[in-house]
Design a protein around this ligand. Sequence first.
Ligand SMILES: Cc1ncc(COP(=O)(O)O)c(C=O)c1O
Length: 441
Amino acid sequence: MALDRKPAPNDLNAFWMPFTANRQFKKTPRMFVAAKDMHYTTADGRQVLDGTAGLWCCNAGHCRPKITEAIQKQAAELDYAPAFQMGHPVAFELANRLIEIAPKGIEHAFFTNSGSESVDTALKIALAYHRVRGEASRTRLIGRERGYHGVGFGGISVGGIVNNRRFFGTALGGVDHLPHTHMKENFFSKGQPEHGANLADDLERLVALHGAETIAAVIVEPMAGSTGVLLPPKGYLEKLRAITKKHGILLIFDEVITGFGRLGSAFAAQHFNVLPDMMTTAKGLTNGVIPMGAVLTTAEIHDAFMSGPDHAIELFHGYTYSGNPVASAAGIGTLDTYKDEGLFERAAELAPYWESALHSLKGTRNVIDIRNMGLIGAVELEPIAGEPTKRAFNAFLKAYDKGILIRTTGDIIAMSPPLIISKGQIDQLVGTLKDVLDTLE
Ligand SMILES: Cc1ncc(COP(=O)(O)O)c(C=O)c1O
């Protein structure tokens, strides 16, 4: 029987869409049917400029040949191998390639299938690390207000977004939060803001409150992405590192968005020159094409588990698809693309142009803050009185109609284009956004 290849199915009811206004979407669907480089093609044949790298993940742009070919070849050669007690060369190769580009001191990769799984994996490794070293009292986990660490129970517990937490019971116990780093004093900062390094001192307050011997780890996004591009003030991450170290607390950087070139180096840890004990990654690891994540750790973390009899499993954790051959091949194709095209360096080179384009929106109607770093930026809007989130959502819909894809969270517009974007396309993205804002209620 011939396949029905109609681009838009006539019944949209069965698919319960994630983080989506389902009823609104299904009344006026927005469907992509193809993508190439910087553009999506809609079901009605329009080209839409990708201002968000999909969901912060397609850092090399779309349908890139090396990635597509690597996936096709791998799927035809070795489609799957058991992830437990068996191996295949592709996952080992990818792990080595990751360590090659990771900050010095990071030496091991544990594979997962998403950012959420990377976060839960890192939190579990942190708890287990202290236990295998005889410090089982370290069970408390510290996150940060307005942090996003995915949607697993661990991730929503350390995360700091009220709607992601309030519907789901008490989540994990024994969790506390640092204050977020978004301050009025820093509005319209270009790059890293000046004020707020002292917000890291709040960790000393939590240590005094709970006792350092009860705290396993602190997890933060080095630059918070999903909650609207909240930048770390100058000196903040360095302070956090010093305080965690002083008290024997592990520091986890959630690099699911900042990893793979977004800030102009492979990882934010290198950009800020602060070495965490673990880094969580996903998204840009495979250019978003195949689901995959990885937790990267120091030798100290990994080696703490390598005791006991040789035949014994050291860490009781893993996924059926950890290091899946096709995902690993996609990862290698992706890293090859970043390297061959010098995309991390390209992001660093384009960052000043991106910064001035974005800040040219200062003074535009309803814009109350603009912030940027690397190839990421946010434009914050004054909310409509009594109707928070509506103004930005309207901007998103209008922008889509005008041929650009942006992303909104609350009344914040976030943009993080693929690192292959040209200067002309930056102008188009920012110029169209200005048109949208000028004509919006
Ligand atoms: C910092 C951070 N951590 C974790 C996640 C969760 O990733 P996933 O949606 O792949 O589970 C995200 C997703 O946006 C993220 O930005």
